[in-house]
Design a protein around this ligand. Structure first.
Ligand SMILES: Cc1ncc(COP(=O)(O)O)c(C=O)c1O
Length: 401
């Protein structure tokens, strides 16, 4: 039994120091001399393999498109392209250029974007072989005008969805009307526009939320069934893209998603259909394969709260603040293992914003200026969503073996 819920073979304390992917986290942070993202190529590949192995059990042809929006680090993308084990999901023209530059071919790329402009489309349509999923009737019409007869995908909104801990902010389809995909209410019009321009609808797409775990599988199955019901009107569809959203534990009380259960639901719902299943996970592939290491700059009690200040703020990784998806703070080289010395504290960033707190009321070992804290599960939507707010956006990234 591990002492900490997050420990695993490639992420654990060895002789009192945090070791990640075979490297001493504090030693690397010392060298970096500033905020540092570490990623593990081996963990990323293991995550990818786990999803592929689960999909193998569905009895269907399948393809994984890694969602670039989660992490677009060039070395990481080039490594994924080299494996040949996944394609890539993109959502903007610049992501298309980036995917091509890192070694993915157009036929390995699937685009699903929102608010897509004519200018965006001109860029996308120049690449034959690219899968383009339409998120609105206007997008179908504009593609029809520019390239009548083209093959397209349609993103539908099954009006059912899921999100980590049933979070509404992470739910993309559900009771609340969202901007994503085409609803049943507008479905007839969407099909008519596709017909008008002789567009062949060869793939069906739905992405219903982010971060779902076992507790959300029942709702996810309902969304899956509702999404698949659109197939009745789509005789040319060969591929169903079920989106991403596969979650991972963020808190000690979270249990990992049971991929065997997940794949069992796919097997049941795809039985008897000769369709390829496409999946576009981002977080599941990279999130637990990355950490952000920040240095302690000050430790001080204010009124009755012990504040530990670090040299990086929420702008380096906005997801915990935006979506309440915490990054577990872990001391890289705890001073003393005696739990009696650990104290409750608030870990604060270096941005002049009241919300800039990494963790509140968290129990940490004694810390001093110059120590390092690793924020776990920072491999997804961290660097990719960072900003230069307060001109404190600088960080380094290292892809470890
Ligand atoms: C269309 C689409 N596909 C895939 C993803 C990846 O989601 P996740 O990283 O939760 O797997 C997203 C994320 O928002 C998305 O919008």
């Amino acid at each position: 039994m591990s002492e900490f819920w997050w420990e695993r073979a490639d992420l654990r304390y060895e002789s009192g120091r945090l070791v990640f992917a075979g490297c001493d986290a504090a030693a690397l942070a010392e060298e970096a001399d500033g905020p540092l993202y570490l990623y593990s190529a081996a963990r990323i590949q293991a995550n990818l393999d786990r999803v592929a192995a689960a999909l193998d059990t569905t009895g269907c042809a399948h393809r994984i498109y890694y969602a670039m929006k989660a992490n677009r680090n060039p070395a990481l993308l080039a490594m994924l392209a080299m494996t040949g084990r996944c394609g890539i999901d993109i959502c903007s023209p610049r992501e298309l250029d980036h995917a091509l530059a890192q070694g993915f071919g157009a036929d390995q790329i699937s685009f699903t974007g929102t608010g897509v402009s004519r200018r965006d489309l001109a860029h996308l349509l120049a690449h034959d072989g690219l899968t383009i999923n339409c998120d609105s009737i206007g997008m179908i019409r504009r593609i029809g005008e520019q390239t009548p007869g083209r093959a397209i995908g349609i993103r539908v909104n099954p009006a059912r969805g899921v999100g980590y801990g049933d979070s509404e902010r992470l739910t993309y389809a559900g009771a609340r009307t969202t901007k994503f995909g085409i609803y049943r209410e507008q479905w007839g019009e969407a099909l008519a526009v596709a017909r008008q321009y002789r567009l062949r609808v060869t793939s069906l797409h739905f992405h219903v939320g982010c971060g779902y775990l076992n507790d959300q599988l029942e709702s996810w199955e309902a969304a899956l069934a509702a999404g698949l019901s659109f197939l009745d009107d789509l005789p040319d569809v060969r591929v169903v893209n079920i989106g991403g959203g596969l979650g991972l534990p963020h808190r000690a009380t979270d249990r990992p998603l049971d991929l065997a259960l997940w794949a069992g639901l796919l097997r049941r719902h795809f039985a008897g259909r000769t369709l390829e299943i496409a999946v576009e996970p981002g977080d599941y592939i990279v999130k637990d394969a990355g950490m952000l290491i920040l240095g302690v700059t000050n430790v001080e009690t204010k009124r009755d709260t012990l504040f530990v200040s670090v040299d990086g703020g929420f702008n380096l990784h906005p997801e915990p603040v935006f979506y309440d998806l915490p990054c577990e703070p872990v001391a890289c080289a705890p001073r003393g293992a005696d739990r009696a010395t650990w104290r409750d504290c608030t870990i604060a960033g270096n941005i002049n914003e009241a919300l800039d707190l990494w963790a509140e009321d968290v129990t940490m070992p004694p810390l001093e200026e110059g120590d390092f804290i690793a924020f776990l599960n920072a491999g997804g939507y961290g660097a990719a969503m960072s900003s230069d707010h307060c001109m404190r956006g600088a960080f380094q990234e290292i892809l470890l073996d």
